[in-house]
Design a binder for this molecule. Structure first.
Ligand code: B12
Length: 487
């Protein structure tokens, strides 16, 4: 038997379908005996895993691991299983081992790691464990050899979603994952493509997947959504693709097919691509139920965007602020402020730019994060290699200093002066209080009014320093932050 474990990544009330283990389950279905254990639902995942291990001949425990709190849970549970049932081999897959393969393999309780797309690599690993093929023939796999040295096989080229079977939804209590959100009463999640062809210097996606994006066919996306509606009563969906709208003809066809489903939905897009779409396509996107689009605007400075190899301009961001307003879609603009080349200038210009966006489209949701480098294949942008030395084990990544780094709360970046960091954090607090996110559906009306009242003079007069009254108000109004909703 194969066990697929999805460690806890969210509070139970925020949990969503564990797409990574569902994708792996799809290729095991009908071929291998397997079970899924989801730490987001399971109070005691170690006990649940031990029960299965003791009742079945378990060959492999597969653990899905994203950087952040999910990695901490992966570490704790894997460590415990290794201690209690040392005969079970453990493989980690997902963004953490894909970006930090050596740190993951340094853990004594990790035998193998799968980098990038996992379906084929997992099947071949199972084959190898049965003695049917050598480990060094498996693309995308890293492992420890007989001397404990790390071996990393060649990359595995990606396959498109259509070449894999559908997720076996019936293996999970799907209704428990369809949670209320701003978009509906029963919000599902779906990934309608994999990877990303762009090369933004700070992003973990091409570090894990390379520079390729494969799209699911619109027909299959719609068939899966229809299944989630018919079988489980989904009324809304969040698409987790990096670029939901990569090509206009694809977007148009998908939206035309989705319109009759009457879903309200959220997705991620790029301002350069969407600012070129025709008015007809924008109307089709809105007409198909698109309520909100997340855009990585990243900076208010064109020089910083160029430095980050983002491939967009500030003008395109402003265009999308206007166009989304015209078509009744809420834009969510995310910024990574404090570029290592000139953090003070980037911060100054970006804060000014955010104010411009708010003038053009006051409904814009603003996400402010600190510029956080991700190790890339090759050297990192901004000569950061010399300035930051990353932890070399999961335990190192689990410390407060590196958890704050991963969660972009405090990068402790040597290039960021404490006064600049404070300015970014204070500005974020003022903007988030002046316009409390519409995505926090649990926040009572009085709390929004209080935050708006307390912050509006600061925003108008641009007085961001020492926002003690806002810190006080936020200490008891725990407003849920977009993109940090899990915590
Ligand atoms: C959904 C999502 C979330 C969800 C939770 C997902 C989960 N794992 O439960 C939520 C919203 C909670 C979330 C939160 C965060 N996220 Co997030 N998230 C994503 C997102 C949008 C999609 C991931 C996904 O579901 N993909 C679909 C599945 C099918 O693909 P996959 O996960 O890659 O799985 C495949 C392979 O990796 C592999 N694989 C995965 N697991 C396993 C296990 C085994 C055994 C094997 C063999 C293979 C394998 O096979 C799978 C199928 O091919 C990605 C961006 C993206 N579009 O990919 C960011 C992303 C993964 N998140 C990221 C980050 C940073 C975070 C946060 C730290 C953000 C924050 N500041 O708070 C938090 C931390 C969460 C936590 N508690 O640990 C980064 C990670 C890279 C980095 N720089 O560190 C990403 C890449 C976004 C980005 N562009 O920067 N996230």
């Amino acid at each position: 038997m194969i066990l697929l474990f999805h460690p806890r990544a969210t509070r139970p009330r925020n949990c969503r379908l564990p797409l990574a283990v569902l994708a792996l389950a799809a290729v095991l279905e009908g071929r291998e005996e397997y079970e899924i254990v989801d730490g987001n639902l399971e109070e005691k995942p170690v006990e649940a895993l031990l029960k299965l291990i003791d009742a079945h001949p378990v060959q492999l425990l597969g653990v899905s691991t994203m950087p952040g709190p999910q990695m901490v849970s992966a570490m704790e549970v894997s460590r415990e299983i290794r201690k209690l049932r040392p005969h079970v081999k453990i493989v980690w897959g997902g963004y953490f081992p894909s970006i930090y393969p050596d740190a993951a393999l340094n853990a004594r309780y990790v035998d193998f790691i799968v980098r990038g797309q996992g379906e084929d690599t997992l099947l071949e690993l199972i084959d190898a464990l049965r003695g049917n093929r050598p480990l060094d023939s498996i693309r995308g796999l890293s492992y420890k050899d007989a001397f404990g040295l790390h071996r990393s096989n060649a990359e595995r080229p990606m396959r498109g979603p259509d070449s894999f079977p559908w997720s076996p939804f019936h293996r999970l209590p799907v209704e428990r994952y369809l949670r209320p959100s701003f978009f509906g009463k029963r919000t599902a999640v779906h990934h309608a493509s994999i990877g990303c062809p762009f090369n933004c210097s700070f992003c973990g996606v091409h570090a894990a997947y390379g520079r390729d994006e494969k799209m699911e066919s619109p027909e299959r996306t719609v068939a899966i959504l229809k299944h989630l509606i018919d079988q489980y009563g989904a009324d809304s969906v969040q698409f987790y693709d990096m670029n939901f709208f990569l090509r206009e003809d694809h977007a148009r066809k998908l939206c035309d097919l989705m319109a009759p489903l009457k879903l309200r939905w959220w997705c991620e897009g790029r301002v350069d691509i969407m600012s070129r779409y025709s008015d007809e396509t924008m109307a089709a996107i809105a007409g198909a139920g698109c309520a909100m689009i997340f855009f990585g605007a990243e900076s208010g400075s064109d020089w910083a965007l160029e430095e980050m190899q983002k491939g967009i301009t500030t003008e395109q961001t402003l265009t999308m602020a206007k166009r989304t307003r015209k078509f009744g879609i809420i834009p969510e603009f995310s910024f990574v402020v404090g570029n290592p080349k000139d953090p003070e200038r980037d911060t100054r210009e970006t804060l000014r730019f955010i104010r411009r966006i708010k003038r053009i489209n006051p409904d814009s949701e603003i996400i402010v994060q600190h510029y956080t480098p991700t190790p890339q294949k090759g050297s990192m942008y901004g000569d950061v290699d010399d300035k930051i030395s990353f932890p070399d084990s999961p335990a190192g990544w689990a410390t407060k200093r590196w958890m704050d780094f991963t969660l972009r709360i405090d990068t402790s970046a040597p290039w960021l002066k404490s006064t600049t960091k404070e300015l970014i954090d204070n500005f974020e607090l003022v903007v988030a209080s002046r316009w409390p996110t519409v995505q926090d559906i649990r926040a009572p009306k009085w709390s929004r009014i209080l935050l708006k009242t307390l912050s509006s003079w600061r925003y108008t007069l641009q007085v961001y320093s020492y926002p003690v009254e806002l810190q006080w108000a936020n200490s008891f109004i725990k407003l849920r932050k977009p993109k940090r909703e899990s915590l």
